[in-house]
Ligand binder design. Sequence first.
Ligand SMILES: O=C(O)CCC(=O)C(=O)O
Length: 265
Amino acid sequence: MSTTKAVQSDRDAVLRKYRDDGYVIFREVISPDLIREADAHVRWLQERYPDRRGEDLSTELVAKDPFWVRLVSDDRLLDVASIFVGPDIALFASHYISKPPFSGQLVPWHQDGAFWPLEPMTVVTLWLAVDRATPENGCLRVIPGTHAEDLHGVRERHGGEAVFDVESDVAIDESKAVDLILEPGDVEVHHPNIMHGSNPNTSPRRRCGLTIRYIPTSTRITSREQPFPSALLLRGDPGVNGYQPWPRYVAGRDFPFRGCEQWVA
Ligand SMILES: O=C(O)CCC(=O)C(=O)O
């Protein structure tokens, strides 16, 4: 059975798990050939932007980058996203968090929805594993069930390097945290209210994942920046937002990928 068919037939079980725990894992969504391209893309981005950390390849780069848009608009990912946000889908944001060996930064405990200019907070994150992610290299950690809580406040974080310098202002019971062990091509889906974070990478293996934030086009992006730099219409009716144009591929400027000739102006 193809992944898409499997996804549809498991729909009820998936939604039940998401409603109960606030997250769900889909295995082998993206095939090894496209994951190899994503891996090469991350390496290309790091050469192109040598002053940025691997954990900081994010949102403002997306809409100018044909491969990035090709990846987040892949039908296999949109089919998964549609289970949670329906048929009319836009990209709100996307971010590679590539933690280098030995020195990869931690991600403080947080709820995504506490930071985002969205109204209502109807949005889902797909976290696509580019590398194998395990506790040793700082895999994503979630606290199941916390998605049922309201959004808490955030406070400044002190104490060592981190991907960002704020954290949730509530006490975290780490004994309830679940480590999400993922293989390249697996996708974890999480709710904007779930408490999550990740430890530093102290292992010899890189840990790279791509976060992709999908909204139904009925969710309004309320940022003062309009259209939002990474807002892209991906499927269906445009709804309430303005969007960035899809980028065109220019040889020598953009990351070359399979099918890029179809992205030339
Ligand atoms: O990649 C990580 O370690 C954290 C990801 C994250 O915070 C998110 O997906 O919202």
